[in-house]
Design a protein around this ligand. Structure first.
Ligand SMILES: NC(=O)c1ccc[n+]([C@@H]2O[C@H](COP(=O)([O-])OP(=O)(O)OC[C@H]3O[C@@H](n4cnc5c(N)ncnc54)[C@H](O)[C@@H]3O)[C@@H](O)[C@H]2O)c1
Length: 373
């Protein structure tokens, strides 16, 4: 790995008490001569559980909101911004006003980029596979292959093949407020690069999972599935006929940390690029397959009814084609889906007292937990 391109580095992780942000902040704090500041408004239930971990790992915590430009100004100078704050649910705005997702994911990005411009800091932006339009993804010729859907072996089209979806997948069509705010943010990252000379990379991630994800129905399904098997509670196979055949690839958060470390070590190799990043075909699972893996690890067989109605934002199949990021950096995901589930189950067992009140219960319920610092 090349030598770190900074002498003494201060990293600002927005959304730093969230699942991805806190895992990254703690990993990056272990780099030599590095200060890390986690900035978060603790909007996500369970993010308050990160505060003790961050403190024990030597990460400074700032309670702030990316919707407030002055909150970011108060942080002071930094050399690198990891933008991990978000309303990360694709369902955001469907049941009411989209103002929170717009203000956080779009106006918040602008405030983050302004702070980066002021300090001439580098930017690593966490984007999402949800930038790809719903209609385009629903139009893929998926077929049933046993307990899952799959793409035909020899077929391919613009931006897709059996390997998965590449960053060349066509972008026209609607994609949810979540996806639109992320795509708009990506465009702004590019404008800030071009106009102000920032160095920046965009990682368009598929599903990420691992310990300390506060899984809920609309985001973090792997942890939700595991927790409901271990602690009890309801689960449904929702949409696409209610059979649980829908497929996602899942990236272990530790693999994402390794990629970000590589990018920090030499940002010049990926400056200005947009990469699809995910677990890839080998690390993809259907809900039915996930149920089998969770049943095996928990010893509990849940009745999981099917709800055939499909949510307007849902897609039956998404698998990341990592070819572009691998060609640019050599990075490949290393941790298997079995390792991911083993890690999630040991974390749930170890932290049961803390996590059971949050992660068990009826579908969609996320009881509040007291703030613990
Ligand atoms: N987890 C995934 O599967 C996944 C997949 C693709 C992309 N991403 C992206 O990765 C990033 C991190 O996602 P995550 O899974 O850690 O989600 P998360 O919800 O666990 O973390 C997001 C954090 O942002 C904080 N936040 C929300 N609004 C804020 C605001 N206005 N100001 C400051 N902080 C605010 C929340 O409290 C939370 O701690 C997001 O940008 C998300 O879109 C995640």
């Amino acid at each position: 790995m090349p030598v770190l391109s900074y002498n003494h580095m201060k990293i600002l992780v927005t959304g730093g008490a969230g699942f991805v942000g806190s895992n990254l902040a703690l990993r990056l704090k272990r780099l030599p001569s590095t200060d890390v500041c986690a900035f978060d408004n603790l909007r996500r239930r369970g993010s308050e559980l990160a505060l003790g971990r961050l403190r024990d790992g030597g990460v400074e915590f700032v309670h702030g909101d990316v919707r407030s430009r002055s909150d970011l100004e108060d942080v002071g100078r930094f050399d690198l911004l990891l933008e991990c704050s978000a309303e990360p649910s694709v369902q955001a705005g469907y049941a009411g006003s989209p103002s929170y997702v717009l203000d956080t994911n779009l106006q918040g990005t602008i405030h983050c980029l302004e702070a980066a411009r002021t300090h001439r800091a580098d930017v690593i932006f966490l984007s999402t596979s949800r930038v790809y339009p719903i209609k385009g993804l629903r139009g893929l010729p998926v077929m049933r292959e046993g307990d899952r859907l799959g793409l035909p072996v020899d077929a391919s089209g613009p931006g897709w093949s059996r390997r998965g979806i590449s960053s060349d997948f066509p972008l026209s069509g609607h994609r949810s407020m979540y996806g639109a705010t992320k795509l708009a943010s990506e465009l702004l990252v590019e404008e800030y690069r071009a106009m102000y000379g920032l160095r920046a990379v965009v990682n368009r991630c598929g599903v990420i999972s691992g310990p300390w994800q506060m899984g809920k129905v609309d985001q973090g399904f792997v942890v939700l599935w595991a927790a409901r098997h271990l602690f009890g509670g309801e689960l449904h196979y929702a949409g696409f006929g209610g059979l649980g055949l829908q497929v996602r690839d899942v990236l272990h958060v530790d693999d994402l940390c390794e990629l970000v470390l590589m990018q920090i070590h030499d940002l010049s190799i990926c400056d200005g690029q947009v990469f699809n990043v995910g677990g890839g075909l080998e690390r993809s699972v259907s809900l039915l397959e996930l149920t089998g893996m969770c049943r095996h690890r928990s010893g509990r067989q849940l009745e999981i009814p099917g709800h055939p109605e499909t949510n307007p934002a849902d897609v039956p199949y998404y698998v990341t084609d990592n070819s572009q990021i691998t060609a640019a950096s050599g990075w490949v995901p290393r941790l298997s889906t079995d390792t991911l589930l083993d890690d999630v189950f040991s974390w749930l067992r170890r932290e049961r007292a803390l996590l059971e009140p949050i992660l068990s219960g009826p579908v969609g319920s996320m009881p509040a937990v007291p703030v613990k610092s």
